[in-house]
Design a protein around this ligand. Structure first.
Ligand code: ZN
Length: 109
C-alpha cells in the first residue's frame, strides 16, 4: 500500500520542518528562513564556538521564541566570526548545566 507523506501532521511534520532549516542552511541561506513554529520567514542563523573543537549552529526566530540548536563536529560551511553569537555561547554553557531554562517561561512579549 503506497503511502503519501506530502502533508504530515504531528511530530513527523515537525522533524521535516527542522530538516528544511538545515537544508536551507546548506544552500547558504542565513536569513529569513521559515519558522516551524510561527510559519514566518523570521529565522536567522547564528553560530557559537564554545570550545576549540566545538561548533554549534543556531536557528533563532525573531518573531517567536523558537530556537533550534544543531551540533557540528567540524567548522560549519558558512561559519563566520560576524555571525558568532556570544549570547548563544552563554546560553549553551548554561544548557550544559541545566536541562531547562527558567527564562523560557513568561517570555511572551
Ligand atoms: Zn517563529
Amino acid at each position: 500500500m503506497p503511502k503519501q507523506n506530502s502533508r504530515n501532521h504531528g511530530s513527523g511534520g515537525e522533524v521535516t520542518n527542522r530538516l528544511r532549516l538545515l537544508r536551507d542552511l546548506e544552500f547558504g541561506q542565513l536569513e529569513s528562513l521559515d519558522c516551524p513554529d510561527c510559519n514566518k520567514q523570521a529565522v536567522s542563523v547564528w553560530f557559537s564556538h564554545p570550545r576549540r573543537d566545538v561548533y554549534r549552529t543556531w536557528f533563532v526566530c525573531s518573531n517567536c521564541s523558537f530556537r533550534m540548536r544543531a551540533r557540528n563536529s567540524r567548522r560549519p560551511k558558512f561559519y563566520s566570526d560576524e555571525r558568532l553569537s556570544h549570547e548563544s555561547d552563554v546560553y549553551d554553557d548554561r544548557l550544559l548545566k541545566l536541562t531547562r531554562l527558567p527564562e523560557e517561561e513568561g517570555e511572551n512579549s
